[in-house]
Design a protein around this ligand. Structure first.
Ligand SMILES: [Zn+2]
Length: 686
């Protein structure tokens, strides 16, 4: 009998070799061996693995293409949140962005700050976690805090190293923990091939490479992912334990050394002009690149400066996305339709002759409201100029009047709801026309249901818009509670419905089952309270922590005041929340819903907030910029006020303090010099 240690060693060698060859082939376009040699090695590995399945190494080729079918995505909590970047569109905004950085750091406006410029890949963000150099977990961005576990899917991407190449110029050993962030994308070529095949087998056609990449990556059956040719670029760092980096540029070079594909166009820029030059150069190359990009990203190179700059709300201060301008095209407007939203808003929508705008097939455009429609005098049959920018719904910019048909008629905005026939009413100054049908209007009810199950709300997979509409019309799902009793009421009916089988039905019921436990912020957002978007729902959840506490406060006699204590909630939002809880039918719905759903309490904030409720006042000249001092205070939960009052906790006084100093003396408020403030800060951070 052969020695198992030897076999194990041979299998490991084969796996390492095959991985290296794969990388050379896919990543550097430079095969190291002939196809015949590659195949011989692969066959040898398969042969040995069949006989010694217990010795298969983690980075084996077979593990990368044959995969267990998962029953559903597990949650994957990001140790370091995956935040998104702010967007800017003009050169003036780039200048402004750099000015803000200078101001924050208290530097003269002409002080050089080295930046890294990178193309912004139009793909799907991922996180790949390595322990001692071995890939152990992959995740999607999700909501930035919690993503989906896509470990099996990421494993199928040959460009992603399953084991880091250690012993390169910079590192002797792989880091203990490495959480690499990057983008999964599909090349334009592979996108067209995929769509051709999809058409042949009468499957879903993808609108653009980004959607195709997302659809391919988020497959419960990783074998499907493996068949789609996905690629990656790595560009950011999440959690990390290992030798430290000084600059982002060094980090990117190290990523390359470890075996990650890093975009070859990245460049170091010393001035704002060089950043703008990069933007224009990349813009010119855009059409010829094998992958889609939608702009460029600028990042402060010095990691110590990045740390000082920190974050504002959910985006870093040290990086920004400079997006390409909107793309325009001309097409025919076939029909103007009125869409009724979940709050009853009647929005005119243009049905267009389908047209390709920047790689995306556009068939509809929003016309906003009756006033806008009238102002632009948009009519059915017109030739119109449309534009799209990023993920924004395409818009009609203007009518090409020379091409207007002779018999054209101005569009008349309906005075009744096209769905339920109820009287339409103009509401407020914002030109919105509202269907007064309320709960009796099927359009509003359906839109509310769609919102309830949407991605940022309960995120019930398999319950898309089409299904909601069908189930609503069949009378199976009339309100959110019906979703959770669908299986017991209509399991057999569903099986006999066209397009449904045992497998797809069970998949749907399983997806519903999994959403019976829902995070507080998602539940609040799902309720569809007017004005309460995803970000506000998060703020509310973070403040009240539990559903019970939120509800108790929202029905209190002084509910508005209580709600307005939350940062970002003003009079209008507070009123909507109070109105929502004041409606009897909403109370009834909540009661019924909570019989089926468990709402999870919001997680404790990970950051320390020892200065919560403490107000600071700054006066005089400090050695660091005020912006930065202010940010430090806010990060610890404190507030900075412009004037001293009895509520002030501390006055921080630099040189030449003003009247705030004397006011503080009068009111007996503790006054700290900069040295003392730093001590307090250090203690708070402990
Ligand atoms: Zn209606």
């Amino acid at each position: 009998m052969e020695n198992e240690d030897q076999i194990k060693q041979e299998l490991q060698d084969l796996a390492d070799k095959l991985e290296r060859y794969d990388r050379a082939y896919h990543q550097q376009d430079a095969p190291l061996v002939t196809d015949a040699e590659y195949d011989a090695l692969r066959r040898r590995a398969e042969e040995l693995e069949a006989r010694y399945p217990h010795l298969i190494p983690t980075n084996s080729l077979s593990r990368r293409v044959g995969f267990a079918v998962a029953t559903g995505f597990q949650k994957a909590t990001h140790t370091v949140p995956m935040l998104s970047l702010g967007d800017i569109f003009s050169e003036a905004e780039v200048v402004d962005f750099m000015d803000k950085i200078h101001r924050f750091l208290g530097l003269p406006m002409d002080a050089p700050i080295e930046m890294v410029a990178e193309p912004k890949i139009d793909g799907l963000g991922f996180s790949a976690w390595y322990e001692d150099g071995v890939f152990t977990r992959g995740a999607t961005r999700g909501d930035g805090m919690v993503g989906e576990d896509i470990t099996e899917n990421l494993k199928t991407i040959s460009e992603l190293p399953k084991k880091l190449q250690a012993g390169n110029d910079l590192f002797d050993a792989p880091p203990k923990i490495l959480d690499v962030r990057g983008e999964v994308y599909m090349s334009k070529k592979d996108f067209f091939i995929l769509n051709e095949n999809q058409e042949k087998i009468k499957e879903k056609i993808f609108a653009n490479p980004r959607n195709a990449a997302a659809g391919s990556l988020r497959q419960l059956d990783a074998n499907i992912t493996a068949k789609r040719h996905l690629q990656i670029f790595a560009y950011a760092l999440g959690a990390y334990e290992g030798q430290s980096f000084k600059t982002h540029w060094d980090f990117l070079q190290t990523l390359k050394g470890w075996g990650f594909p890093v975009n070859p166009l990245i460049r170091l820029c010393q001035t704002t002009q060089e950043m703008l030059d990069f933007f224009h150069e990349v813009g010119e190359k855009r059409a010829g690149l094998p992958y889609d990009i939608d702009g460029v990203v600028y990042k402060v190179n010095d990691l110590a400066l990045q740390k000082r700059l920190g974050f504002i709300a959910r985006s870093p201060r040290w990086a920004i996305a400079h997006k390409f301008p909107a793309e325009q095209a001309t097409t025919r407007l076939n029909k103007i339709r009125i869409q009724v939203g979940r709050t009853g808003a009647m929005t005119p929508v243009a049905d267009l002759e389908p047209i390709n705008v920047g790689g995306v097939l556009v068939q509809h455009a929003t016309l906003h409201n009756a006033d806008e429609l009238k102002r632009k005098d948009i009519r059915e049959g017109d030739t119109v100029v449309i534009q799209r920018a990023g993920d924004v719904i395409p818009q009609v910019v203007r009518v090409v009047l020379e091409k207007r048909p002779k018999n054209s008629q101005p569009f008349e905005f309906p005075s009744v709801c096209p769905v339920c026939g109820a009287h339409a009413m103009r509401e407020g100054a914002d030109a919105v026309t509202i269907c007064t049908g309320g709960l009796t209007c099927p359009a509003q009810a359906m839109e509310r249901l769609k919102h309830f199950v949407s991605k940022d709300a309960l995120d019930i997979e398999g319950l898309g818009d089409k299904n909601i509409e069908q189930f609503y019309q069949l009378g199976w799902i009339k309100n959110p509670v019906d979703i959770f009793t669908l299986q017991e009421r209509h399991e057999f009916d569903l099986l006999s419905l066209e397009g449904w089988g045992q497998k797809s039905a069970l998949k749907l019921f399983d997806a519903i089952q999994r959403r019976k436990t829902v995070p507080l912020n998602r539940f609040i957002y799902a309720l569809g309270i007017p004005e309460i978007g995803e970000a506000t729902a998060k703020d509310i959840a973070g403040y009240f922590k539990s559903w019970q506490s939120f509800q108790e406060n929202a029905v209190a006699s002084d509910a508005s005041e209580r709600l307005m204590k939350i940062d970002g909630i003003g009079v209008a939002m507070a009123k909507e929340i109070v109105d929502f809880f004041g409606e009897e039918h909403n109370q009834k719905l909540l009661g019924n819903l909570l019989a089926f759903i468990t709402v999870e309490n919001a997680m404790e904030e990970t950051g320390k907030t020892p200065w919560k409720g403490k107000t600071f006042v700054l006066t005089g000249t400090l050695s660091v910029a005020r912006e930065e001092v202010k940010a430090r205070i806010q990060e610890l939960g404190g507030k900075v006020s412009g004037s001293v009052s009895s509520k002030t906790a501390y006055v921080v006084a630099g040189t030449d303090p003003g009247s705030k100093y004397t006011n503080a003396l009068k009111l007996n408020i503790p006054i700290l010099n900069e040295e003392e403030f730093k001590k307090l800060l250090d203690e708070a951070l402990k």
